[in-house]
Design a protein around this ligand. Sequence first.
Ligand code: ADP
Length: 172
Amino acid sequence: MAAALARIEIVHADITTLEVDVIVNAANSRLIPGGGVDGAINKAAGPELGKAMMAIGRCPAGEAVITPGFKLKAKHVIHTVAPVYAQHREQDVWRLLANCYRNALALAVAHDAQSIAFPSLGTGVYGIPITRASAVAIDEGAKHAHAARVIFCCFSESDASIYRAELDRRNG
Ligand code: ADP
């Protein structure tokens, strides 16, 4: 029997509006609600989310933790911490970024999620170049051998076109 593979989708949207089982947050390692997508997710989820994050208290780069989604449509938020581009050796950046996607996907499966949406992890304030970051994201999504929807949610049309080009390159 053929293995059921993840269905990869690329959308241009505000991740807080998506009706999916899990949305992924680009958190910081102290799990203190910050700016960027983290700020947007916390604003939409309400203050309980920040309290839940701070109760966990810490998440090293590449790891992932889970909380409820509170006021979001998503049932859960998985918080993962991308490496700061300027603070690591190049090879460690790509390894840690891949770990973010892999660990978030594993946690989503453990919580029986059928759909998970990622922002473009690490490519905002953390400064990771988006073209290679999109390749890492799609690689890890494609390896995910579960019949789930894996959505890459880009916040601008130009980011979405980079992700689409990467997906097209792979699909030949
Ligand atoms: P990091 O610190 O990991 O770089 P940022 O939050 O600075 O995280 O940025 C990660 C990505 O999330 C960027 O591409 C940014 O444009 C995007 N982003 C910001 N707000 C939202 C949102 N509401 N929905 C989806 N993506 C968002």
